[in-house]
Design a protein around this ligand. Structure first.
Ligand code: HEC
Length: 245
């Protein structure tokens, strides 16, 4: 009996972890994003940051403004004023201001649609990416990124975060990037900046799967049901077999 329960527990844990995305960081350690998609206020702030800082280049074509309003408890007025800078209809999707052709010319790469990026990259990768830009004068943007080498995206938050420089360690003549250090302070305190990035990543996680809060709460009920059902089935099995043994 003990063995069966242990196997069942391991199987459950394995199934629950199947959705985890494995993202590569090229050896640089990923920091935990620690986002909470059930925190509506954090998502609302994240949505604002997204529309102010990202929507100029990136779109989120699977996301409609009116859906965001419903899910994040925002009114139509709040969404139209705070998130919809292009002034498109309330039922429209979040489309970038910049055209792909212009972006390709300006940055050498088209900014990808961010609707599903939290699912393809994982939230920890996203968080680490956004806080890992560092000064690199050999690049046209003036910055590079510790987990996205030679990235085409400019360092959007350099004013708020401040400027960072790479720290290298050398072993047997091989130089590896091991960390970053702030060399010029930003306009935000490190705590304020961190909260802003986590809110933004929470929003990106939400748009990647708008139903995730519901799915998770439903999952718990399904597990409780399975657990009770297992008990009933086991009791029945014992009863049926008692005359055989
Ligand atoms: C000035 C234009 C511009 C802005 C503003 C911008 N990005 Fe980007 N972003 C890019 C470009 C260009 C790339 C493609 C980089 C490459 O492939 O080298 C990119 C790539 C990315 C990627 C990597 C996607 C992947 O899976 O490869 C993420 C994530 C991302 N941006 C997030 C953001 C977020 C979040 C914001 C808002 C804070 C933002 N970007 C603002 C231009 C921009």
């Amino acid at each position: 009996m003990k063995k069966t329960i242990t196997i069942l527990l391991f199987a459950t844990i394995a199934i629950m972890n199947m959705g985890t995305v494995l993202a590569s960081s090229g050896g640089y350690p990923l920091a935990a994003a620690n986002v909470n998609v059930d925190d509506k206020e954090s998502l609302q702030r994240g949505a604002k940051v997204f529309s102010e800082y990202c929507l100029s280049c990136h779109s989120a074509k699977f996301v409609r403004f009116n859906r965001v309003a419903t899910d994040l408890d925002m009114t139509e007025g709040e969404v139209m004023e705070n998130l919809n800078h292009l002034g498109v209809k309330f039922g429209s999707t979040m489309t970038a201001v910049m055209t792909d052709e212009y972006a390709k010319e300006a940055f050498g790469a088209v900014p990808p649609d961010l609707s599903l990026v939290a699912r393809s990259r994982g939230v920890d990768w996203l968080y680490t990416y956004l806080v890992s830009f560092y000064k690199d004068s050999t690049k046209t943007t003036g910055h590079n990124n510790a987990i996205f080498k030679d990235v085409g995206m400019p360092n959007i938050f350099w004013k708020q975060e401040g400027v960072k420089e790479a720290v290298y360690e050398e072993h047997d003549g091989v130089k590896t990037l091991t960390g970053l250090k702030v060399v010029e302070k930003g306009t935000m305190s490190p705590e304020e900046f961190d909260t802003m990035v986590r809110d933004l990543v929470a929003f990106l996680s939400y748009i990647g799967e708008p139903n995730q809060s519901y799915r998770k709460s439903l999952g718990i009920y399904v597990l409780i049901f399975l657990f009770i059902f297992f008990g009933v089935a086991y009791a029945m099995k014992k009863d049926y077999w008692k005359d055989v043994h």
